[in-house]
Every structure is written in C-alpha cells, then in structure tokens.
Write a protein of this length. Structure first.
Length: 125
C-alpha cells in the first residue's frame, strides 16, 4: 500500500469513526480528528459548514436511524487530494441496509477532510 493510498484509507476510516460515534464527547473528538475546521459537507439532503453544523447533522442521522451504523461498501479509490468510497447504513438488529450512498472527499494538507460531496443511491420510500 503506497503512502498516498494509506492517506485515503486513514481519512475514510476517521470519517466512519465520526459518523458512528455514539456519545456527544466522542462525536466532537472524532469530527475534530477527521475534518478540517472549515470543512464542508454537501449531499442531496444537507449543506453544512464547520464542525458544529456537521456534528448536528450526524446527531440528526442517529436520531432518525437509531440502532444503525455506517459501514464502507467496496474499496477506497483516490488520487491527488481526492478520494471516493461507497457506504451503507446498516441495522445492527437485522443487517438490513435501507440507505446507501457514495461520497467524494477532498483532503486538506494535514490529511483531514476538507469537503464531502455525498450522493444517495438507495433511500427508504
């Protein structure tokens, strides 16, 4: 694994740590570790900036889907400061994954995520 590949894998692993953080303290620390302070997150349902707004977005997702966690689907692919990866929102009770998507991220110099452009491939009716 090249240093660059490792950089993308690390950034995406931190992304999932943030999205799966359970309590407010852990979430705040995980968001700060994964995302640049001036980060942007845009998907069909959200357009937020900075740690505070992103933390609120993640908290809202957990409130909407209690007992679910995010997991990667497929490999991380990256070049320069950009990477892409698929994900699913999975029920811990029965393994169903009603929500799935694909994200494209850009990295800041220190390897934290500067921007996320998310796409939803599967959503509940």
């Amino acid at each position: 694994m090249s240093a660059n590949t490792d950089r993308y894998e690390t950034a995406v692993a931190r992304y999932f740590e943030a999205w799966n953080a359970g309590d407010p303290d852990t979430l705040a620390k995980a968001v700060a570790a994964a995302f640049a302070p001036d980060c942007g997150y845009t998907d069909p349902l959200a357009d937020v900036r900075g740690h505070e707004q992103l933390t609120a977005l993640i908290t809202g997702a957990h409130e909407q889907f209690p007992g679910f966690s995010f997991r990667p689907s497929g490999p991380v692919d990256g070049h320069h400061d950009t990477a892409r990866f698929g994900w699913e929102l999975v029920s811990e009770a029965d393994g169903s994954a009603p929500v799935a998507g694909f994200d494209v991220i850009t990295l800041a110099g220190e390897g934290r995520i500067r921007t996320v452009h998310g796409f939803l491939d599967r959503v509940p009716a």
